[in-house]
Design a protein around this ligand. Structure first.
Ligand code: SF4
Ligand code: FES
Length: 241
């Protein structure tokens, strides 16, 4: 017989603001290799079909299932209940628009981020389908790959003190996104152009250095290094301007 778990889940329906948010306890028996994804599904199937939460891949790939698990922003599909105490509190990620219970809208936030950071390669070069492919060094390709591993789960944003008080802050995910294009040799943006995007209080200079993002990123992207890289480049660009 497995442990008796109690999941205290935040319930709130933004369409019914007259019902204040509250924590609802659900009891269930732990099973071997149970993830929080399995636990939440069991609760929805067996106890309350109205419970809202997001999952797509169940394999830490899609980034849908970020939530606060005992206060820590992380992926529910990657979290085994055996690593948690008997009492588990689940809340939605802050910062993002709440859709209901544990479900938040990270998609709109990340779409806006991509627009704000102009997250595409900017070049004057005309595409020539007959030309040989441009080569890049292994180090450049690896640096791009490292930053591109972001699955847009929002855990770095939900746990960030600055993002929680300043809705315009790009956050670690945004600064990492900018770093991805800075290291790309095909991108022809000048440092001054990048400064406009990220050399501000809403960008890299808004970070107060608590580095919860680095602790919370389930993909273990070296966010501290990425922030330091962009901050160094933007500080130098600011001196030159
Ligand atoms: Fe999630 Fe990490 Fe990307 Fe932040 S940087 S959104 S924590 S994968
Ligand atoms: Fe896709 Fe958790 S369900 S990351």
């Amino acid at each position: 017989m497995g442990r008796q778990l109690t999941l205290h889940i935040l319930r709130y329906n933004p369409d019914k603001p007259e019902v204040k948010p509250y924590l609802q306890p659900f009891k269930l028996e732990e099973e071997e290799r149970m993830t929080l994804f399995v636990a939440l599904n069991k609760i929805r199937e067996e106890q309350d079909p109205t419970l809202q939460f997001d999952f797509v891949c169940r394999a830490a790939i899609c980034g849908s299932c970020g939530m606060l698990i005992n206060g820590k922003p992380t992926l529910a599909c990657k979290t085994l209940t055996k690593d948690l105490p008997n009492e588990i509190t689940l809340m939605p990620l802050p910062v993002f628009q709440m859709l209901g219970d544990l479900s938040v809208d990270t998609g709109t936030w990340f779409r806006e981020l991509n627009i704000k950071t102009e997250a595409w390669i900017k070049t004057e070069k005309k595409f020539d389908p007959t030309a040989l492919e441009d080569r890049m060094s292994n180090d450049e390709a690896l640096a791009i790959y490292e930053a591109d591993r972001c699955i847009e789960c929002g855990c770095c944003i939900g746990g960030c003190a600055t993002a929680n008080i300043n809705p315009d802050f790009l956050g670690a995910a945004g600064i990492n996104r900018v770093a991805r294009f800075m290291v790309d040799p095909r991108d022809e943006r000048s440092e001054a152009e990048y400064f406009e995007i990220v050399g501000t209080g809403e960008g890299v200079f808004g970070c107060v250095g608590l580095m919860a993002c680095d602790d919370n990123c389930p993909m273990e992207i070296p966010l501290q290094e990425q922030l330091a890289y962009v901050r160094r480049k933007m500080a130098l660009a600011g001196i030159k301007m």
